[in-house]
Each structure stands twice: as structure tokens, then as C-alpha cells.
Design a protein around this ligand. Structure first.
Ligand code: BGC
Length: 453
């Protein structure tokens, strides 16, 4: 199969991380607008108030995308920019911004992919309980309907949620992301159930209100698992490990199957239902029906994985990494195999076409004496990872697109601006953009449809 001729080569961003204009033109506050003002929460006291100022510079940014030859761009809508209170009154200035962005993308021949929720929960909804409140499925449905009504004449592709593992785990168990709470485990299972119902409601509302045929997916994340060898027992161990659930209730959100089995199979994984029974909310049949609305593709954010072998006791076990194992600036391990095995295992289990909705790394990028940004580590990383993705596609995994994270350096959540993930360097002092060497490398790769990998 390989990369088809319509393969969607793209890059991704999210609203809070790039837009800025946090308090302009009638936008409502979201939980990040509030959280970033809390002392000691974000590296260096940074905020997304200005970020990459994409709200004002989006035309220049679409120009950069064109120069990079992107075929697709994945971005998120800032819920409170178009619905300041989360529901009710529409902010037309916010709608105008996204309309202009979408028009610019279409003019440049770049396919827009909208993510509905990349962690920008309107503060007004948070005050009503946010994800804890069962009504959120209706609130999210109203928002999804508005997005479909206003944008679906031009936008055909949608992802409902980005990384529920993180926006529940990091936000409500670890408390390091907005709103910065440490909730009881029981509450986080309730929130997760509401999150999944909201996903289902959004799928339904997007389709009901769409103005043309649209394609809807989901963008969870996960650490992938890949086998230590080509022995069938190691492959089986990696598969089992990928779809297994953590033992510890305090880190339960880090898994694939609790978040994806309900969406595709209409049920939670049975062993986990048993293990976590003391923490579970009421789960009704009609909830599961709503959650498992049929979707058109599976989006997965993939950054790294664990090497797994079958242990002597017949259980999967992690292989310890050697000292000096390659890692990114953020200390994440470099494990290209995860882009071969991750999509393959997900495709086998869920039988849905795959989009890699995020993949990339942060590097210690600087402007060199020649005024350029040389990032050989990023080129090496992407080449290794994409080679594995290509092999996976050639071996039969149905992969439709790849979104590099990120189009440009941006606000990296609690790390502020300390981490640089972009293909384009942003000098935050002047908002000057400089395409990095990896950006030009990616442009050439897209031109050849990955042929040289
Ligand atoms: C998120 C992005 C984030 C990236 C790098 C993903 O977890 O979706 O918003 O910037 O990884 O940390």
C-alpha cells in the first residue's frame, strides 16, 4: 500500500498554543487563561496571552505553510472564542477569525483539519463543573453544531478531542495542567465518561449540522509498545502491553483501550471494569451507544514507545534502555519503531484508517551566526520515524495522513516557551518566523511523497 497519492502531509498546532489575543475581540476566558496567571505553575511565569500572535499573523503563517508545501493543516478552535460562555451567545468576531483562516488555507490549496477540543475549556463551563457535569455532552454538542454550521461548507475533516489521557490525567490527577487540580480518582472516571459521551455527541452533531459530507475522527495519545524481536511471542507481548491497563489507579489515564474501546466497540475493556470497579460512575447502555457513534478514521498522537518482550512468567515486560539512550531536548526517548508498530496494532484492533495526528520533538534550536536555524537532530528524528511509518504502510497498515507537531515553535503548556517543537522558529521578541532546516527537508519530502525515505 505505502503512502497513497492523496496522502495528507501536514503539520499541527492548537489554539491556545499559537493564537494569543487571549482577551481580544469578545473572546471568553478558558481554563488556561486563568491557570497561567497562577504563580509557579508555568515555567518562567509564561502565558499564552500573546503566544505566536497567530490571531493577527495567520496570513503570514499560511504563507509559510504554502512555502513548506503542506497539503493539510490541523488546528483547534478556541471554544470560548466563538462561544464566550461555552454555550449561548455566539461571538461573531471569533467566527470571522476562523472563517478568514479557513479561506486563506483553501486559497493556498491546504486542506483544513479542525480539532474541536485541544484543552481550551471555557472558564464559564469550568465554573459549572466542567467535565464533572453530565450536561457537558450537551454543551459540547451545541459547540460542535455551531462549528459544523459555520465552517463545514469548506472544512471536511474533524477530530473531536485531542488527548483525553492528558486533559484528564495531567489536569485532574497530577494537577500540572489547567485547571491544576488533584481530584479523587473516582471523579476522574466520572469525567472520563462525560468526555467520551461528549465525543459521541459531537460526532452526532457534526454530522447532523454539516453542509456537505464530512469525515470525523478522534485524536487520543499513548506511549506505543514495540517488540524486542521478530519472535511471535515478543510481538504478542508488545500487543498485549499496548492495550493493557495500568495497575495504579493514580495513573490510570495512561492507556489506549479505556479511551478507544468504547468508541469503536461500545464497551469498556472488561479486565479494567473489574480492576477499577470501586471508582466507576454509572455506565448506562444508552451512554455506550452514544459513545460508539461510527467514526471515519482513527487519529493517534505518537511520540515514543516502550520496547517489550515476553517475560519468562508469560507476561509482557519492558526492556530496560541502555545508558545514554538517545533522547530529545525534553528527555523523551527516541524510538522510531513506535511509528511502525503503533499504527499497525491500532489498525489491527480498531480496523479504522489511521492518521498520525501528532509526532515530532523539541530540540535546542538557536539562530546561528548565518541567521539560519540548523536542526539536524530534528531531520534525523523525522527521517527515522517516517521511514518506519512508510514501512508500516507498505506492510498493509492503512495510513492516510501525518501531521508533524508542530508547524511552529509555540507555548508548550507548563514548560512555557522553553521547548521548541516547530518546523518554523519563532523569535518571541519580534515574532519573526524563520523556517528551520527541517522545514525545508520536510518540504522536499512532501514533494517526493516520502519516496526517498
Ligand atoms: C499535545 C500538544 C503538545 C505536544 C508536545 C501533545 O501532548 O497535544 O499540545 O504541545 O504533545 O508536548
Amino acid at each position: 500500500m505505502g503512502f497513497g497519492k492523496d496522502f495528507q502531509w501536514g503539520a499541527a498546532t492548537s489554539a491556545y498554543q499559537v493564537e494569543g489575543a487571549a482577551f481580544e475581540d469578545g473572546k471568553g476566558w478558558n481554563i488556561w487563561d486563568v491557570f497561567c496567571k497562577e504563580e509557579g505553575k508555568i515555567f518562567g511565569g509564561h502565558t499564552g496571552d500573546v503566544a505566536c500572535d497567530h490571531y493577527h499573523r495567520f496570513r503570514e503563517d499560511v504563507g509559510l505553510m504554502k512555502e513548506l508545501g503542506l497539503k493539510a493543516y490541523r488546528f483547534s478552535i478556541n471554544w470560548a472564542r466563538i462561544l464566550p460562555a461555552g454555550t449561548g451567545t455566539v461571538n461573531e468576531a471569533g467566527i470571522d477569525f476562523y472563517n478568514n483562516l479557513i479561506d486563506a488555507l483553501c486559497e493556498a490549496g491546504i486542506e483544513p483539519f479542525i480539532t474541536l477540543y485541544h484543552w481550551e475549556l471555557p472558564y464559564e463551563l469550568y465554573k459549572k463543573g466542567g467535565w464533572m457535569n453530565g450536561e457537558i455532552a450537551d454543551w459540547f454538542g451545541e459547540y460542535a453544531a455551531l462549528v459544523a454550521e459555520r465552517f463545514s461548507d469548506r472544512v471536511k475533516y474533524y477530530f473531536t478531542l485531542n488527548e483525553p489521557q492528558c486533559f484528564i490525567g495531567l489536569s485532574y490527577l497530577e494537577g500540572v495542567h489547567a485547571p491544576g487540580l488533584k481530584a479523587p480518582v473516582r471523579d476522574t472516571f466520572q469525567m472520563a465518561h462525560n468526555v467520551l459521551k461528549s465525543h459521541g455527541m459531537a460526532v452526532r452533531m457534526l454530522r447532523e449540522h454539516a453542509r456537505q459530507e464530512i469525515f470525523v475522527g478522534y485524536a487520543p495519545t499513548g506511549t506505543m509498545s514495540y517488540p524486542d524481536s521478530s519472535r511471535p511471542e515478543d510481538i504478542e507481548a508488545a500487543r498485549q502491553h499496548l492495550f493493557g491497563m495500568p495497575e495504579d489507579p493514580g495513573s490510570w489515564t495512561w492507556n489506549v483501550s479505556w479511551w478507544s474501546d468504547p468508541v469503536f466497540f461500545g464497551e469498556y475493556p472488561k479486565d479494567a471494569l473489574d480492576r477499577f470497579r470501586d471508582y466507576l460512575p454509572e455506565i448506562r447502555k444508552e451512554d455506550m451507544k452514544l459513545i460508539s457513534q461510527s467514526i471515519d478514521f482513527y487519529g493517534q498522537n505518537i511520540y515514543n514507545g516502550n520496547r517489550i518482550r515476553m517475560g519468562k512468567d508469560g507476561n509482557p515486560e519492558k526492556v530496560t534502555r541502555y545508558e545514554g539512550f538517545p533522547k530529545t531536548a525534553l528527555d523523551w526517548p527516541v524510538t522510531p519503531e513506535c511509528l511502525y508498530w503503533g499504527p499497525k496494532f491500532l489498525y489491527e484492533r480498531y480496523k479504522s484508517p489511521i492518521y498520525i495526528t501528532e509526532n515530532g520533538l523539541s530540540c535546542h534550536d538557536v539562530i546561528s551566526m548565518d541567521s539560519k536555524v540548523h536542526d539536524p537532530n530534528r531531520i534525523d528524528f523525522l527521517a527515522r520515524y517516517l521511514k518506519c511509518l512508510k514501512q508500516s504502510a507498505e506492510d498493509g497498515t492503512d495510513i492516510r495522513g501525518y501531521f508533524q507537531w508542530s508547524l511552529m515553535d509555540n507555548f508548550e503548556w507548563h514548560s512555557g516557551y522553553a521547548e521548541r517543537f516547530g518546523l518554523v522558529y519563532v523569535d518571541y521578541r519580534s515574532q519573526e518566523r524563520i523556517i528551520k532546516d527541517s522545514g525545508y527537508w520536510y518540504r522536499d519530502l512532501i514533494r517526493g511523497n516520502g519516496g526517498e525515505l
